[in-house]
Design a binder for this molecule. Structure first.
Ligand code: DAH
Length: 342
């Protein structure tokens, strides 16, 4: 007589000792595989006398099902254990613990705007030049039509060095050098750091950035000035910008203008920034004064040109929604990297 209970008991004891899925597979083969113990029992069916066949069949089937079920349960147990183990091995993170935050640096807003403007002018055929930060008094003033003792000098409160040179008060100081270097025709821009002895407030700093541009050729007119400025500003702000000119006085241009742009915040409709007017004063410019051309070695009867001096600090502030100019030189990474990129 075959003792089914004994076989089951042995199988279950064996199963209890199994600790890996590999051993479980071996166990499956041992009992239910092709030559497994239960499979072999089933093969005996043929030899069992007819009257015992029914009971034998029931018993073998029962054995097979119970062992199958036990294997399945064990499999489930392993799967759950695997998940539980991985949870137990994961280090819990306390999201409330203050972090040791390292502030990432970024390009300075002035640098970003400068690169943007330079690339636009490069694409329009302009050369990029460097200006000196320490300049001769001649280049900073006389060469741009501001003679000694001229009242126009009062417009710029200047830092003089002991040797008589100055910290350049505007990028226009490079005009003369550039005209002498290239002669006419020329198309150049020259960004740079400028210095003035200013009373500091939210919009005045002793150190600020400008970008100057000059185009000199035959038959250059105010239309060329308007075209290039509109094109550049439209690209900087990423939307159509309208420009308008109002008369303005600068000794180095004749006629001189203040260039206004349609307010990029409200598209000219009127808002707090443009004080409801729809326009913002952005950049002085004009047709280069014949005296300035002459001093640069260019014949004003043959050539004309336009020039502009764009306040870069101002442009960066407008582009990045910075309301306080002193932040630009502050080195305050938190504030500077918060500048909202448009
Ligand atoms: N250099 C002037 C300043 O800083 C700005 C300026 C005005 C530059 C008119 C120009 C110009 O080229 O045409 O105040």
């Amino acid at each position: 007589m075959i003792d089914f209970d004994k076989i089951l008991k042995e199988a279950q004891e064996e199963l209890n000792n199994i600790t890996s899925i590999i051993d479980l597979n071996t166990f499956f083969q041992t009992y239910l595989g092709k030559a497994g113990k239960v499979t072999e029992l089933m093969k005996l069916m043929k030899e069992i006398p007819n009257e015992e066949k029914k009971n034998f069949g029931l018993a073998v089937n029962n054995l097979k099902q119970t062992i199958s079920q036990n294997i399945e349960d064990k499999e489930k147990f392993f799967a759950e254990k695997k998940i539980q183990d991985s949870i137990n091995n994961t280090k819990l993170i306390d999201l409330t613990v203050p972090t040791n935050k390292k502030i990432k640096g970024s390009l300075h807003p002035i640098t970003i705007v400068q690169e943007k403007v330079i690339n636009i002018f490069l694409s329009m055929g302009f050369t990029v030049e460097d200006g000196n930060e320490i300049e001769t008094e001649y280049n900073n003033f006389e060469a741009v039509n501001v003679p000694k003792n001229h009242p126009a000098r009062d417009m710029q409160d200047t830092f003089y060095l002991d040797n008589g040179q100055v910290l350049k008060t505007h990028t226009s100081a490079a005009q003369n050098r550039i005209m002498k270097k290239y002669g006419a025709p020329l198309k150049a821009i020259f960004p740079g750091r400028c210095f003035r002895n200013e009373e500091l407030d939210a919009s005045h700093e002793n150190t600020f950035f400008q970008i100057e541009g000059m185009m000199i050729d035959k038959n250059v007119s105010i239309s060329n000035l308007i075209y290039f400025m509109k094109e550049m500003l439209t690209q900087v702000f990423g939307k159509e910008i309208q420009v308008r000119l109002r008369p303005g006085f600068f000794p180095f241009v004749e006629p001189g203008f203040e260039l206004d742009i349609s307010c990029p915040y409200c598209n000219g409709k009127g808002c707090r920034v443009c004080k409801q007017g729809g326009w913002i004063e952005l950049c002085p410019c004009g047709m280069i004064h014949p005296n300035v051309l002459k001093m640069g070695g260019i014949n004003p009867d043959e050539y004309q040109g336009f020039a502009f001096g764009l306040g870069f600090s101002r442009l960066a502030m407008m582009n990045y929604d910075i309301t306080e100019i002193r932040l630009l030189n502050s080195g305050n990474i938190t504030a500077l990297s918060q500048a909202k990129i448009k």
